[in-house]
Ligand binder design. Sequence first.
Ligand code: PMT
Length: 419
Amino acid sequence: MIPKGQGVSLTGKRVVLGVTGSIAAYKAAGLVRAFLRDGATVEVVMTGSATRFVTPLTFEVLSGRPVATDLFEAHQEMKHLTVPEQADVICIAPATANFLAKMALGLGDDLLSTMILTAQCPVVCAPAMDGGMWTHPAVTAHVQTLRARGVVIVDPEEGPLASGRTGAGRLADEASILGAVGSAIFSRKDWSGHRFLISAGPTHEPIDPVRFISNRSSGKMGYALAEAARSRGAQVVLVSGPTALVPPSGVEMIAVESAEQMTNAIIARLAWSSVVIMAAAVADFRPKQAANQKLKKQAQCDTTLDLERTVDILSTVSALRDRQLLVGFAAETQNLIPHAMEKLKSKGLDLIVANDVTAPGAGFGSEQNAATLIDRHGTISELPLKSKRRLADEILDAAARLVPDAVHARATDLGSKMR
Ligand code: PMT
């Protein structure tokens, strides 16, 4: 979970606050004060459009330091190199759709975007935008690219926007941004030494060379888990069915299509792993016989597909496991808790993430999800609707509480085999 910034000392830390051209630029003034209150030094860098909303003088007075705005004026002091070099974190708040696009594409046409290209420190972006821009496919794709590259995105909130409309796009609250900055500086590596085997996405079960049986999984939940585990210090292998997503950087991806291929890939890497998370929506049935040629339409005749069960990967892993922590999902449309409890027990899991896939804004394909976690002791916790990335961190928090000494011992054994 990205913790809210409460009492995290930033004493001695140097925050570069990048302000881009959004009406929410005025809220960056509050952030300067909050960073100073927590002990940081703040250097504000503004884009040209940001200066149309708030004057540099406001930030100069608040931060007590000159505000850089122009690549060419700053060139003498090589600010595009020296400022990021000395920074502990760069926080872009608010980040416009335009600035996210520039970052994703690696453009450096002003001081702030050039600094991002030279930065070695963590980068946190808090987007803010109106008029449905946040859900535009281009913005979604750029955000995915940035996340995959390790940029921390503090999702905007839903609510009234400057235009008078309501929707997703309000700058996240101050505490969430401070929390993300604190985590980026003092990032938790609580899963370091562990090896995660994570499945994601749907499977395709061929009917003939052009048709298949599948489901609506986009892979977002599994990819978010892979990214969260990697950023918390774990080595991660992601076994992914067909998706349109970019795998997170630093994660080994094994691309599969069918349930059979996913089974084989998971079993092949099981001995390597210390934690297994099955977020994939594996098809439960497949055609008994896939036709070699495209099936032809037959005028007056209904066609029946003969189906057979696929292997239950989780149950197989549960039977074969050697101390691995096992986390499954339950995608339900009714009787969420009883059905999930039944799966937890029958599949021999340590933790199950039950999602009601009919809930508005959650489940298949959406950016957000809500879940009920049930652990092997029967403890139930509700996680209300939030971004899949935040939910992933909370699932990892719950999993961390369940790691018995045996799982730690396994991770240590695996580590010593590597040496
Ligand atoms: O991918 P997204 O668009 O982000 O959507 C996320 C999600 C809704 C797919 C995800 O949150 C989710 O619920 N994944 C599990 C979907 C599913 O197949 O649920 P299930 O209740 O049918 O299966 C229970 C568990 O058994 C799951 O962990 C599943 O991976 C596993 N399983 C299922 C069938 C099978 N043959 N082998 C399995 O291991």
